[in-house]
Design a binder for this molecule. Structure first.
Ligand code: MD6
Ligand code: FE
Length: 219
């Protein structure tokens, strides 16, 4: 299910973006939306990682996640034996998470607006690094207090296959290829849709990775 956007209620998306694919009610893939900013975003990612290194969280069940993660913003997403939650401090350093770079905030707000969500004010940005063998199984993003705000997800680096399902775990899933610069925005009736990353594309460069920035209004 990938519908092109022709004169829907979301005129902003049509005006501001080269291509917006509706993938569900209130859910859009903004193709190439962050394309021109990729080098600047990567530099800012590297600066955050220098302060708060990527790490592999344990799931509550005790499994090491294959995706490496860190955070910036007022709160960061944490997983360990105690469960999933948001916290103001990096458990590795006991220091507050690095602040969210201005470039991140501006992009997230612009993308949310293009998808019809005004006044998006992210307080959490999860940075995910996927090597070629990393996966993220189907899940809902439901640890945030403000479920009225959308999720904004930005892809950099290697392309990946995004799984997009419905509100029930058993609903059929669609496979959507995400290229660097693509931005997915989901909110409204799709805010609790199941999603995941099935695979990351290979590359001749063994060092190549995919990064994903996920913006939320967590508290
Ligand atoms: C993606 N990421 O990488 C989508 N959710 O394109 C997620 O859905 C996600 O990476 C929760 C925690 C980490 C994630
Ligand atoms: Fe997610």
């Amino acid at each position: 299910m990938t519908l092109d956007l022709f004169g829907s209620a979301h005129d902003d998306a049509r005006d501001d973006t080269p291509q917006a694919d509706a993938i569900g009610p209130g859910a859009w893939v903004l193709r190439g939306f962050a394309q021109s900013e990729l080098p600047d975003l990567q530099a800012d990612i590297d600066a955050v990682i220098a302060q708060a290194p990527l790490r592999h969280w344990l799931t509550p069940g005790g499994k090491r996640m294959s995706v490496a993660m860190t955070n910036c913003g007022e709160v960061g997403w944490i997983s360990d034996r105690q469960g999933y939650r948001y916290g103001t401090h990096d458990p590795l350093s006991q220091r507050p998470w690095p602040s969210m770079p201005a470039s991140f905030v501006a992009l997230a707000r612009r993308a949310a607006k293009a998808a019809g969500y005004r006044d998006f004010a992210p307080d959490a940005c999860l940075i995910n690094r996927y090597t070629r063998d990393a996966r993220l199984t189907l899940h809902q993003d439901r640890d945030e207090r403000e479920l009225g705000a959308p999720i904004v997800s930005v892809s950099l680096g290697l392309p990946a296959t995004f799984l997009w399902g419905g509100l029930q775990r058993g609903d059929r899933t669609h496979r959507i290829r995400l290229a660097p610069g693509d931005v997915v925005v989901w909110g409204g009736p799709s805010r609790l849709a199941y999603h995941g990353i099935a695979s990351v594309e290979g590359s001749f460069d063994a060092q190549a990775v995919r990064y994903n920035l996920t913006f939320r209004q967590a508290r």
